[in-house]
Design a protein around this ligand. Structure first.
Ligand code: TTP
Ligand code: CA
Ligand code: CA
Length: 666
């Protein structure tokens, strides 16, 4: 161990990260009980199949493959979409995410394949979004129910940050403190408190690694994401390895206060997980959890034991850092899973977290911005300051679609581009309408992003959002055409090939704040608008019914008559040439990355002129649907210099002694 390894975060927070197990499968199982406890894969919509629009409730037509019906309800092609979610029963048979349906069925003949609902010629994720909301509400309630009644009227602040459709961070620092105060000198209560956690919590880096656990740890992000045979269903509670059990069973005299607090956090996680699974019919929603001192380690921990299990990583103990954290491939670390991680790996010739921790800060600083260098320096030591920012409603709403290979669109094919911008805006405005119903707010910024095959990353443009939802298509089309023109001139070509389109609405303004505030926000947006004339502020209600608004499109369509058609990329605008769905994660190529890590949680201040939204202002679920370039443009550096602190030597006895003496440390 070098001295570097002893630099410990002074972070004493207790952060939980929850991730739902095989989430889309769980949603389908809630809807259709016959899918419970059989192997299930949820597949992308296959545009080459026969089935077009399909609603969520149409469970029989969406079940395209089942064991007693070798070719389900749909055609051969319908059953051959690629899988985006795979149940653990199917994983045990070797089925993996991204397998094509037919290939998966060969590996697992009992496999049931459900196709996602389809609307506007693309996947309709409403079913999963609304299930997510219900589960997150149940989880939040479960955590609040744990607040000890002895805390009386004292409110305990428990920030909850919904981080994606199936992930949430909870900062339970204050809750843990309250529980520990309630346990005070009562050793029996302390015992029962950790008993719940002991039964189901693996201690990361301390556990006695089985061959399977060892092999799982070696997987890189991509492989882990595909799901692994090593991840098995295990309903028995006594699955805790001997190393972890020995940690739990130590004499109370040797426990440090930091360990006690994590143990209480583990109890909270265990109880919340159980409450969520009991809250839904058939216990369909199970979660895995990570318990640690920061978001990065908590997220890492939740993925270590799946499904339905939880792992604790003590950031102030050097052993887990050395044994578990440092051998990991860089890509497993939050913020280093994409292009940025690849660049770091190449620039500093490192492939593991441990190797990165050996790179001196000055070397990092010589090639990177100060903040980025510091972020890497700290993250490789298990330190991360990113706060859990209370957020339960989306920061932005996006609709996007990729058009790969034969489905790509020539920029000369304006009819097809117009059709797709229209479809995306239809989906977007439907969701904005529902969002308005629920949250009484209006988006003030519209962002359009276009990816073309001749250039690596997508480019984005924004303007103030049209006041009327029926103005979205026209405005989005105007932005898209400007982006395409700019792209054509950059690559000096008469036409480019569009591979990705995305429209998103962000910078929400609460209607409760009054119309003047809303107007002010629009005006601010207008000041910095990229297309000043794109969306005149109108005095109509933002939620008027949609009507066709053909003027800009007509003009644009008319102009296409004078343009040449590019060779090789021509496609028809018929339904047979629908682009591939963008349910899966964005795979677009991207240029060398200059921006970095997780989030800078600087909330948009009310008076700020509208600019490209920050990462914090974007719903991460939406973020992962966006093209790389747009995603990058939304990410801001983080990192605040902070001194490393010494490890605390506070045993359980000291803790209770201090309590008895009324000298609470917190
Ligand atoms: P994940 O949490 O990555 O995976 P999962 O919940 O299916 O499985 P695990 O138990 O390993 O966590 O993603 C959550 C949901 O998001 C997933 O059920 C389907 C959707 N999704 C996609 O549509 N495309 C993708 O590429 C990924 C990674 C997820
Ligand atoms: Ca999940
Ligand atoms: Ca997830």
């Amino acid at each position: 161990m070098t001295d570097q390894h002893h630099i410990i975060s002074e972070d004493e927070r207790i952060i939980l990260h929850f991730d739902l197990d095989a989430f889309y499968v769980a949603c389908e199982r809630e809807l259709n009980p016959t899918l419970r406890s059989v192997p299930v894969g949820v597949s992308q919509y296959n545009p080459f199949g026969s089935l077009q629009e399909r609603s969520a409730s149409d469970i029989s037509s969406r079940l395209v493959q089942s064991s007693n019906n070798t070719n389900g309800a749909g055609s051969h092609e319908d059953a051959n979409g690629s899988l985006i979610a795979v149940s653990y029963e199917a994983r045990a048979a070797g089925v993996r995410r991204n397998d094509r349906g037919l290939e998966a069925t060969k590996k697992c003949p009992a496999l049931h394949i459900v196709v996602v609902p389809v609307k506007h010629g693309k996947a309709d994720l409403t079913l999963y979004r609304s299930a997510s909301k219900r589960v997150m509400n149940a989880l939040t309630k479960a955590v609040h129910d744990i607040i000890p009644s002895s805390s009386g009227s004292k409110t305990v602040d428990v920030p909850v940050e919904v981080a994606s459709i199936d992930e949430v961070y909870v900062d339970v620092t204050k809750l843990v403190d309250t529980i520990m105060e309630a346990a005070e000198t009562n050793d029996t209560r302390w015992e029962s408190c950790i008993q719940e956690a002991r039964a189901c919590t693996t201690i990361g880096g301390i556990e006695t690694l089985s061959d399977a656990a060892q092999a799982t740890n070696a997987l890189d992000k991509t492989d882990l994401r595909k799901g692994s045979k090593l991840q098995v269903l295990d309903s028995s509670v006594e699955t805790i390895d001997s190393g972890s059990l020995a940690w739990w069973n130590r004499s109370t005299t040797v426990w440090e206060e930091s360990e006690m607090r994590l143990a209480v956090g583990a109890m909270v996680a265990a109880r919340a997980r159980r409450a969520v699974s009991e809250a839904f019919d058939g216990g369909v929603y199970t979660l895995s959890a990570g318990i640690s001192n920061n978001k990065t380690l908590a997220k890492l921990a939740s993925g270590l034991k799946k499904p339905n299990r939880q792992t604790l990583i003590n950031a102030s103990d050097p052993t887990p850092l050395e044994k578990l954290f440092h051998p990991l491939p860089l890509s497993r670390i939050r913020g280093l899973g994409g292009q940025f991680g690849v660049k770091v790996s190449q620039d500093f010739n490192v492939s593991t977290v441990g190797q990165l921790s050996q790179v001196p800060l000055t070397t990092l600083q010589s090639k990177l911005e100060a903040k980025t260098a510091l972020f890497l320096y700290e993250i490789s030591r298990g330190t991360c300051r990113d706060p859990v920012t209370p957020r339960t409603r989306p920061k932005s709403i996006a609709s996007s679609k990729t058009f790969r290979g034969v489905n790509s669109i020539s920029s000369n094919d304006k009819a097809t581009l117009t059709k797709w911008i229209g479809e995306l805006c239809n989906e977007l405005t439907e969701r904005l309408e529902a969002d308005h119903q629920e949250y009484k707010r209006t988006a003030s910024t519209l962002v359009v992003s276009v990816g073309v095959s001749q250039e690596g990353p997508s480019s984005s443009k924004q303007c103030r959002a049209p006041r009327s939802l029926n103005g979205y298509s026209e405005t989005a089309l105007k932005l898209a055409s400007q982006l395409i023109e700019a792209s054509k001139s950059r690559v000096r070509a008469d036409a480019v090939t569009v591979t990705c389109l995305s429209v998103s609405a962000t910078q929400f303004v609460d209607q409760a704040a009054g119309s003047s505030t809303i107007m002010a926000a629009f005006e601010r947006g207008g000041e910095r608008s990229d297309v000043g004339s794109a969306s005149p502020v109108r005095s109509r209600s933002p939620l008027q019914p949609r009507k066709p608004k053909p003027s800009a499109m007509d003009k644009w369509l008319a102009s296409s008559a004078n343009e040449k058609t590019s060779s090789g990329t021509k496609r028809s605008s018929g339904s047979a040439s629908l682009g591939s769905e963008r349910v899966g994660k964005q795979q677009a190529p991207s240029k060398a990355c200059t921006v970095t890590p997780p989030t800078d949680h600087t909330a948009a201040s009310a008076g700020r002129a509208v600019s490209l939204p920050t990462m914090d202002e974007i719903d991460p679920e939406v973020l992962k649907e966006l093209p790389d370039e747009m995603r990058k443009s939304l990410m801001k550096d983080i990192g605040r210099a902070h001194p490393a602190s010494k490890r605390k030597e506070n045993g359980i006895e000291t803790f209770f002694q201090r309590k008895r003496q009324g000298k609470a440390s917190r």
